[in-house]
Design a protein around this ligand. Structure first.
Ligand code: ATP
Length: 252
């Protein structure tokens, strides 16, 4: 952990139609920290995560990621917005792991992992991809297609793909929610291993016990608001807010 801020969010506000999904969220995550975002369904967790990667844009407030400002607006109009090229450049520093893996179905696992490094003209993409597939335990699937893999294997391939550009920050959007229960452990084990490497991780998860074990910081969202946050041991073992207590009581 080097103390630099990896993610700074201020006044994050967003509505879909008349439904306010994020309502004035402020949060900070330092480089090297592992942050878990928890909360009931519809709380705004995925939307918050997506704004960090510019997949969703804020109506108000700002997100500063790895020192760069993205999606800033004020009441009377937009103040600052990165251009497409800058967004692409920034995304190359951020890995994103989706709930439903989002692998390219027509490419082999190896091709899925080498696609971004090739596009960015990185050296030896294949060698690096094979190392990553080894790391997530599916090297033998390099030449298979996504449909030939179990959900857990596909998600591990997706994690290898997210690592291919050596991101400084990796965002996980409910990475185990689409998996059969017996496959959850193998994906969590890979994330746990990553957490030890000092890469900044932000994980939206329903796996509270996992968040307790792996996260440095936990953010509890409800109704688009950040209700409580702090070290995992405090928020999960000793929640202060009645809504956090109720949620933790239900899910643990
Ligand atoms: N593109 C969209 N258009 C309209 N409404 C949306 C869109 N994306 C999300 N929403 C709504 O915003 C609210 C928050 O969604 P979000 O996915 O951020 O919540 P969440 O906390 O991640 O929930 P879950 O745990 O169920 O995934 C939900 O009511 C959802 O239906």
């Amino acid at each position: 952990m080097n103390g630099k801020t990896a993610v700074e969010i201020r006044g994050a506000t967003k509505s879909f139609g008349t439904h306010r999904v994020l309502d004035g969220i402020d949060l900070d995550i330092r480089a090297g920290q592992v942050a878990a975002v928890i909360g009931p369904s519809g709380a705004g967790k995925s939307t918050l995560l997506r704004t960090i990667n510019h997949l969703d844009q804020l109506d108000l407030g700002y997100v500063k990621v790895l020192g760069e400002l993205i999606g800033v607006r004020e009441h009377r109009g937009r103040l600052h917005e990165l251009g497409d090229r800058a967004i692409r450049q920034q995304r190359s520093r951020i890995g994103f792991v989706f709930q439903n893996f989002n692998l390219f179905p027509h490419l082999t696992i190896l091709e899925n992992v080498t696609e971004a490094p090739r596009a960015h003209r990185r050296p030896t993409p294949e060698k690096r991809a094979l190392e990553l597939l080894e790391k997530v335990g599916i090297a033998e699937k390099a030449h298979a297609y996504p449909r030939q893999l179990s959900g857990g294997q596909q998600q591990r391939a997706a994690i290898a793909r997210a690592l291919a550009l050596e991101p400084e920050l990796i965002l996980f959007d409910e990475p185990t929610s689409a998996l059969d229960p017996e496959l959850v452990g193998e994906v969590l084990a890979v994330i746990k291993e990553l957490a030890r490497t000092g890469t900044t991780l932000v994980i939206v998860t329903h796996e509270i016990a996992f968040a307790r074990e792996v996260a440095d910081l936990v953010f509890f969202l409800d109704g688009g608001r950040l209700i409580e946050h702090g070290p995992a041991a405090d928020v999960i073992d000793n929640p202060q807010h009645p809504r956090t207590r109720e949620f933790i009581g239900k899910v643990l």
